[in-house]
Design a protein around this ligand. Structure first.
Ligand SMILES: Nc1ncnc2c1ncn2[C@@H]1O[C@H](COP(=O)(O)OP(=O)(O)OP(=O)(O)O)[C@@H](O)[C@H]1O
Ligand SMILES: O=P(O)(O)O[C@H]1[C@H](OP(=O)(O)O)[C@@H](OP(=O)(O)O)[C@@H](O)[C@@H](O)[C@@H]1OP(=O)(O)O
Ligand SMILES: [Mg+2]
Ligand SMILES: [Mg+2]
Length: 350
């Protein structure tokens, strides 16, 4: 699936922006000289500069280009419909204005695959709707149980939190997470609360979630269309009863599991490190894909310490840090190509 003769192997150590721009120029010149369109795939992207840097790495751009996939930056200062034509639009930008633009484009251009539909993405911007329904998934396949930690949503009056927590029967310690996830650093500012009184120091709107001991290892399950990749990351250590009795207050904690350092090669207790069984992950991914209407996301899963197969989903992220996923460039290019193939299959034969 190569662009006939016109594209030579790019220099892979080029700055990714330059490669992307060059891709654009080269594509225009091919179209310009009227060569019959080979199998090519044009992917318009609207990403933050942070995401561009982590995702559009030269190794992805090189591989993609060799396969006839071109990444073209969407110009946010020009109407989207005047740009392209695109086969696929890849986006992750914050704000209502962008959501409206992309939804309008999606409706006017049903021939373009928009990854992913903004209303589906929106669902993950609230930590309550994000996990809604996860506990109801049909995972009765005896490879494990998947639930959500017991949680409470607090939208106002911090002084009432201790009482609300008591009424809801939530057990300490609790993880306090901002209810809304908008990509800002603030929405990733998490706290551990060790005693009930201190809970009134927190700032709603919040989700208060029971802390589940999981041996300090978390499973990040990356989903790219039909593909699934699971990695281990370091996470918060267990909190013992004794520790809980000794400690009081609310403490902010760092984004430990987001660090690029993988726990895959660490010397870990096998009962903690053992990955969830493949059929369980496949079942979970398939059902979440359908339920959420998303193709690009990851799921943070923990195993309850001392159990073999009791898992909790604690977080779901749209278009996560794929740059940290091993082999992401092959997985992603295969996924993009599969989109064209399935489109061709759907077209009636002429
Ligand atoms: N209920 C819980 N029990 C135990 N640890 C938890 C729980 N919830 C969160 N954590 C720990 O806190 C980390 C951050 O929580 P979470 O993933 O919900 O936040 P986030 O800001 O959405 O993170 P991300 O950077 O993955 O988007 C987790 O990776 C895990 O280490
Ligand atoms: O920064 P990274 O590339 O690592 O990606 C992180 C991503 O940030 P970005 O989309 O701004 O890049 C985060 O998105 P927002 O919630 O902040 O929107 C969230 O999805 C994290 O879970 C990702 O880390 P991962 O969990 O995959 O390790
Ligand atoms: Mg997370
Ligand atoms: Mg998250």
């Amino acid at each position: 699936m190569r662009l006939k003769g016109e594209i030579h192997n790019p220099c892979c150590d080029e700055e990714e922006e330059k490669v992307a721009e060059e891709n654009g120029r080269e594509l225009n010149s091919i179209v310009g000289v009227g060569i019959s369109p080979p199998t090519k795939l044009v992917v318009g992207y609207a990403l933050t500069s942070k995401k561009k840097k982590s995702f559009l790495q030269p190794k992805l751009l090189c591989l993609a280009r060799n396969m006839g996939i071109f990444f073209i930056a969407i110009d946010l200062n020009r109407p989207l419909s005047d740009q392209g034509p695109f086969d696929v639009v890849l986006h992750k930008l914050a704000g209502k204005e962008w959501s409206e633009i992309i939804e309008d484009y999606r409706q006017k251009h049903p021939e373009v695959t928009v990854l992913d539909p903004p209303n589906a993405v929106q669902h993950l911007h609230n930590r309550q709707s994000m996990l809604q329904g996860v506990a109801d998934l049909n995972l009765f396949d005896c490879h494990g149980r998947v639930g959500v930690p017991k949680q409470l949503i607090v939208t106002k009056d911090p002084l009432s939190i201790p009482n609300e927590v008591d009424k809801a029967g939530l057990k300490l310690p609790l993880v306090a997470k901002p209810l809304l996830v908008d990509g800002s650093a603030k929405s990733h500012e998490l706290f551990l609360a060790y005693d009930q009184c201190s809970l009134s120091e927190l700032e709603p709107p919040l989700v208060l979630q029971e802390f589940v001991n999981h041996g300090g290892v978390l499973f990040k399950v990356y989903i790219v269309g039909e593909a699934i990749k699971v990695v281990r990351r370091f996470s918060l250590p267990n909190i013992s009863k004794r520790e809980l009795e000794k400690l009081a207050g609310v403490f902010r904690f760092p984004r430990v599991s987001c660090a690029a350092a993988s726990a895959d090669d660490a010397d870990l207790d096998p009962s903690i490190a053992e990955l969830p069984e493949r059929p369980l992950l496949e079942n979970l991914a398939r059902q979440l894909r359908q339920r959420l209407g998303l193709r690009l996301f990851n799921v943070d899963m923990i195993r309850e310490h001392g159990t073999k197969d009791v898992f909790y989903v604690i977080d779901i992220n749209y278009f996560p840090g794929y740059g940290k996923m091993p082999d992401y460039e092959h997985i992603f290019t295969d996924f993009l190509l599969s989109l064209v193939q399935s489109k061709h299959k759907k077209r009636p034969a002429t």
